[in-house]
Design a protein around this ligand. Structure first.
Ligand code: C2E
Ligand code: MG
Ligand code: MG
Ligand code: MG
Length: 289
């Protein structure tokens, strides 16, 4: 996994990465970074696409390294998963995010989405941890969304599925992150404890201003609707992408068009600002697919 992260970091153009520099001591350094207060949770708004109203946010972890500055999660999450430190880090992120979200008053029931790694889901303490954090912070379970990936929902993962089922029975929502990039078995999807499909950024990225056709997005939205799930599109950068997603029936989304991941104060500012002009002004909307 560390190799994969390194590979990916190299592909993205950074020659010397955190992984390169710290192939030996990285785990220890990461463990020390938690009590040292070097981890930080940032929040990216999730909006109702039709109105532009902020309905929630995704919590994303950052490591502010004293020498190297901000280290993105792609460079340390795989290492944290490998060493098991993700259990501590993930619990810390969840608590920080729930504590923060419990104070939000800029929407009716703003939701907080938190990424969960496979290692956490397989930990028998996960369900009691989540319940304790919700109780301690006073965040109603209905306002929490846990984001998992397709691979965590496989048939050979009964512990993970049982954990999700238990939390879902409490009212916690479950989202499948990066949907469409893994190998979900469609025959099982209707029996899985899932409420939301997050349409991977790759499909949003593939939208073009000059075409109204997006077969994969059409299919994911139809699938979600047939199964009583909702959709959230990731990585919306351009107005024409938002317009096309609305035309395809996708209800919510996130991306740089609406706001980058940032401090909670920035999220509140975005949420309290009047929504942007309606996308109906966008030509692509006038001619839906
Ligand atoms: P993800 O959960 O799919 O998060 C979405 C990623 O897309 C974030 O990257 C976000 O900053 C980025 N993004 C959002 N909007 C746009 C856009 O319009 N354009 C582009 N190009 N990118 C956009 P980030 O923050 O670097 O996180 C990367 C991944 O690291 C996350 O992907 C998630 O899998 C993982 N991650 C982040 N925080 C946590 C965490 O607390 N726990 C765990 N287990 N994983 C985390
Ligand atoms: Mg996510
Ligand atoms: Mg995602
Ligand atoms: Mg993604």
């Amino acid at each position: 996994r560390a190799d994969a992260a390194l590979q990916q970091a190299k592909l993205s153009g950074r020659s010397r990465t955190f992984v390169d520099v710290h192939s030996g001591a990285q785990s220890r350094e990461m463990v020390d970074a938690l009590p040292a207060g070097e981890f930080l949770v940032v929040y990216q708004p999730i909006v109702d696409l039709a109105s532009g109203v902020v309905v929630g946010a995704e919590a994303l972890v950052r490591w502010t390294h004293p020498e190297r500055g901000t280290i993105p999660p792609i460079e340390f999450i795989p290492l944290a998963e490998e060493s098991g430190f993700i259990l501590d880090l993930g619990r810390w992120v969840l608590r920080a995010a729930c504590e923060e979200a419990a104070t939000w008053d800029w929407a009716e029931n703003p939701r907080i989405s938190v990424n969960v790694s496979g290692r956490q889901l397989h930990d028998l303490e996960f369900v009691p941890d989540v319940r304790r954090i919700l109780a301690d912070t006073g965040l109603p379970p209905r306002r929490l969304v846990l984001e998992v990936t397709e691979s965590m929902l496989e048939a050979d993962a009964p512990v993970a599925l049982a954990a999700l089922e238990a939390l879902r029975a409490d009212g916690v929502r479950i989202a499948v992150d990066d949907f469409g990039t893994g190998y979900s078995s469609l025959s099982r999807l209707d029996r899985l404890p899932v409420d939301i499909l997050k349409i991977d950024r790759a499909f949003v990225n593939a939208l073009r201003p000059d075409t109204a056709v997006a077969p994969v997005i059409t299919a994911i939205v139809a699938l979600a609707q047939a199964l009583g799930m909702s959709t959230v599109a990731e990585g919306i950068e351009e107005p024409y992408q938002a317009a096309a997603l609305i035309a395809h029936g996708c209800s919510a989304g996130q991306g740089w068009l609406y706001g980058r991941p940032g401090p909670a104060a920035e999220l509140a500012r975005l949420a309290e600002a009047p929504p942007p002009p309606p996308l109906a002004a966008c030509p692509a909307l006038a001619e839906p697919a």
